[in-house]
Design a protein around this ligand. Structure first.
Ligand code: GLY
Ligand code: MN
Length: 464
């Protein structure tokens, strides 16, 4: 039996180590539907070429943990490096007389390599596992492009991995230097549009029920992690212990990745927006700002909670928290169908500005930016900062609402406010009936937070 023939005999759930082919995966019909949408929106005589994320060397012979390109995954369900997708608006004639509009290129099966790094789909496996119309060895991509590009007027691609010419030379044609030269020299007039990601953003911004199911799972795992940490963390814990507890819960619940490096800032570090060092030892009196989200089967959660490590808000922490919470409430309410994308931001800015003025932390409303220096919302999905058009909100959009106030030591205000950094972040689904908070299972109000903080301390006390 040739190696190629083995693929259909390999159970799908052993094919790829990240679990994207398990029973909870997006069905192949989902990806087929996405390809059809993209093909519909492409111009005549155009071809789209997308690539899997290349493997990247970390050092010596170790690669960074692999993660697929979200656009490529969205269209294929394929998690393998060394893969490419070609979509042709006009269709590509095959040797057997058939015409296809989609061709997936994957690495060939290779028993020697698979002994080290696990099964590959191979073209046969790609057909049976991913239900694409046609699948080929990645080695045949240069020939295919050489054949179809002379009759192509527009080439869509994603500029992630380099400029157009570099892309054609370095990625499109992989290592085949002869073929690189052919494309470089022979198709100088081909219009190359770098708008593929934009075309997809229209679709990616509106989540289907299949996507929402996975997003709810990623978010519920993240809520569980936040709740455990709020219950368990004590003064004297290192920031990385908070991270470790959260990541343990992510992994035990089947999340393959964190959606982004966990941000666990205590005391002075709570005022650093994307603090990822996580090495400080916490102290009683510290305020903790923790922004931690799981990625489950490709889909990200993005949740932030802030709380006092010793279980009791100081008067200053309480006042800042109340403003951020009111800003978030106001922002969430603004997430309605038809509202401008930035409506939540403007609503949050108003509450924070008024609150900072009232506390005497600022005296001029324009100065709110000193303490709230980021946007309030981004789309969420396959990427944590997901693709989308940032136009009026539509049902199916999922966006974060994450206002914050950050007051580093040395700020021009009473020092009693220093070293408080507070962000509250939830993941909001826009529906025809108003906003739905998908991450509401972690406490947001001070009363709910205090309940969780005090319950756990009570239990600990009882156990002793
Ligand atoms: N949680 C990371 C961010 O939203 O930027
Ligand atoms: Mn966020």
């Amino acid at each position: 039996m040739r190696a190629q023939d083995l693929a259909s005999e390999v159970p799908h759930d052993t094919l790829i180590k990240y679990g994207v082919y398990d029973g909870d995966r997006l069905p192949p019909s989902f990806h087929a539907g996405r390809r059809a949408l993209l093909l519909d929106s492409m111009a005549s005589h155009s071809v789209a070429v997308l690539f899997a994320t290349p493997e990247k060397t970390r050092s010596n012979d170790i690669t960074y943990e692999y993660h697929q390109d979200p656009d490529f995954y969205y269209l294929t369900g394929c998690w393998e490096p060394g893969s490419a997708l070609v979509l042709s608006k006009d269709g590509i004639a095959l040797a057997n007389g058939q015409t296809v509009h989609e061709m997936l290129f994957v690495r060939d099966r290779n028993p020697a390599a698979e002994t080290w790094t696990g099964y590959r789909l191979g073209p046969q496996g790609a057909l049976s596992a991913l239900h694409v119309a046609s699948a080929y060895s990645i080695d045949s991509l240069p020939d295919l492009l050489t054949r179809i590009l002379p009759n192509t007027q527009i080439l869509y691609y994603n500029p992630h991995y380099g400029k157009p010419r570099e892309l054609i030379r370095d990625t499109l044609l992989l290592s085949d230097t002869e073929a690189r030269a052919i494309v470089h020299n022979n198709f100088p007039n081909l219009s190359i549009l770098t708008t593929l990601h934009q075309l997809l953003a229209r679709f990616r911004a509106v989540k289907t029920p299949e996507e929402l199911r996975l997003m709810r799972k990623a978010i519920s795992i993240s809520n569980e992690a936040h709740n455990a940490v709020i219950r368990d963390a004590r003064p004297g814990w290192y920031e990385y212990q908070i991270q470790a507890e959260a990541e343990d819960i992510f992994t035990k619940n089947g999340a393959e990745y964190t959606a982004y490096p966990c941000i666990v800032g205590s005391g002075p570090n709570s005022t650093i927006l994307h603090y990822e060092t996580n090495r400080r030892k916490t102290e009683s009196g510290d305020f903790i700002e923790m922004d931690m989200g799981a990625e489950y089967h490709g889909y990200s959660a993005d949740v932030t909670r802030s709380f006092p490590i010793n279980g009791t808000f100081t008067p200053e922490q309480r006042k800042i928290y109340e403003i951020v919470l009111a800003a978030q409430d106001s922002g969430i309410k603004a997430c309605v169908t038809g509202a401008p994308f930035r409506a939540a931001h403007f609503a949050a800015v108003k509450v924070i500005t008024d609150g900072l003025l009232k506390l005497g932390i600022i005296y001029d409303s324009a100065d709110y930016r000193r303490y709230f220096m980021h946007g309030t919302s981004h789309y969420l999905g396959l990427d944590v900062h997901d693709a989308g058009l940032y136009g009026p909100l539509e049902p199916g959009n999922v966006l974060t609402v994450e206002p914050g106030i950050y007051i580093p030591a040395g700020s021009p205000c009473d020092p009693k406010w220093w070293n408080i950094g507070c962000r509250i972040e939830d993941d909001i689904l826009v529906t025809a009936h108003g906003p739905e908070n998908l991450s509401s299972n972690s406490p947001r109000t001070i009363a709910a937070l205090e309940r969780l903080l005090s319950e756990s301390r009570l239990q600990l006390h009882t156990k002793k």
